[in-house]
Design a binder for this molecule. Sequence first.
Ligand SMILES: NC(=O)c1ccc[n+]([C@@H]2O[C@H](COP(=O)([O-])OP(=O)(O)OC[C@H]3O[C@@H](n4cnc5c(N)ncnc54)[C@H](O)[C@@H]3O)[C@@H](O)[C@H]2O)c1
Length: 409
Amino acid sequence: MKDKTITVIGLGYIGLPTASILASKGYSVSGYDTNKDIVKEINNGKSHIYEPDLDKYLADAIKSKKMKAYSKLQPSDIYIICVPTPFYENSYPPKPNIEYVISAANEISKVIKSGDLVILESTSPVGTTQKLSETLKNNGTDISSIYISYCPERVLPGNIINEFIKNDRLVGGINKTSSKVTRDFYRDFVDGEIFITDDKTAEMCKLTENSFRDLNIAFANELSIICDQNGINVDELISFSNKHPRVNILQPGPGVGGHCIAVDPWFIVDLDEENSKLIKLSRERNVYKTQWTIKKISNEIKKFIKNHKRPPLISFLGISFKPNIDDLRESPALEIAYHFHKSNNVVVCEPNIDTHESLNLVSIDKVKESDLVVGLVKHDQFLDINFQENLKKINFIDFCGIQENLDRL
Ligand SMILES: NC(=O)c1ccc[n+]([C@@H]2O[C@H](COP(=O)([O-])OP(=O)(O)OC[C@H]3O[C@@H](n4cnc5c(N)ncnc54)[C@H](O)[C@@H]3O)[C@@H](O)[C@H]2O)c1
């Protein structure tokens, strides 16, 4: 397999680690991205995203000439599609947008040859692999002479390098031969088990995994609101409930963010709205939790003004969509910080980013100067023992479990 050349299409949070790791495994990898700035940065050996250890893999890949990025798709033997699959913003319920996948297919059809393998890794609505295949066919590709599969990516941002190798994979080919050829490819560098199914089941499986997590978090978020109303510590409640051998409730927070859990359930709703009532409601409950959080913070601000006859200086801890990453996409914490920053005196402590176009970023040691500190993302830096001591002395409200043994909202 190592003699096969690979083109990774879309060099973002998924594509760039994928390309860099495959290069480290000895493959000759071409990266293709429509964003010229990203291509330039990558060829200088610099990553445009933060992911632990990625810098080293990328720098080695570029230095060893095993990998190069291009703004034009390069012909290869294997094509791995990692382009975005967002939804259209102006529709409700949101409708999936697979234009980036189709555009990638159009580019592939210009260079593909007999015996090549096309793998779609982007999280995709059910039927997308078939549409990819139809696009290739309509552009004149003899699809009986190539292999096409869907293989969802399940890596956890912040631990991508490790999980890329360790995780089990699911492969859904458009036919059995495609599944087998794809499985053999992954077997070359994946330590986890590789399971085979059809393309539709694999597409639905990825959506199901994230919808299940969304539903579980919606349950936790609902509990957090009930507990707040009724004077119960939600962390304690969930930790005791999880002692039951068959209960595993996730953690509540100020909402659900990112482009996976906050997006993928909508793809199932779009597929069958009539029968996706619980999935849709979970999404709506998680969106509501952000509004509820905003209301709680507003009440604290009003209380402070009443007591001190002046507005508070507010610090928000974290604006990324989850702990220990720099990704701000669909982040409820970011939405909350935006909500308050224009009409209030607001600073933000986000240790994973250096600059922000509109928010005033401060270092962690400045946080103690604030009148009101709001915990939104449980970054490791906030768990530091000295910082925890500081939190005890200040007016702190916690929406994400930063401070242990503290009643939180
Ligand atoms: N980030 C994650 O944690 C994660 C996890 C699992 C699955 N996914 C899925 O993987 C896919 C990619 O996600 P991501 O987070 O890497 O996105 P991203 O936005 O970080 O990266 C996508 C890249 O694709 C490029 N691009 C867009 N259209 C292109 C085209 N036609 N040809 C070439 N390049 C193109 C963009 O410029 C961008 O650099 C999505 O479907 C996402 O849902 C992401």
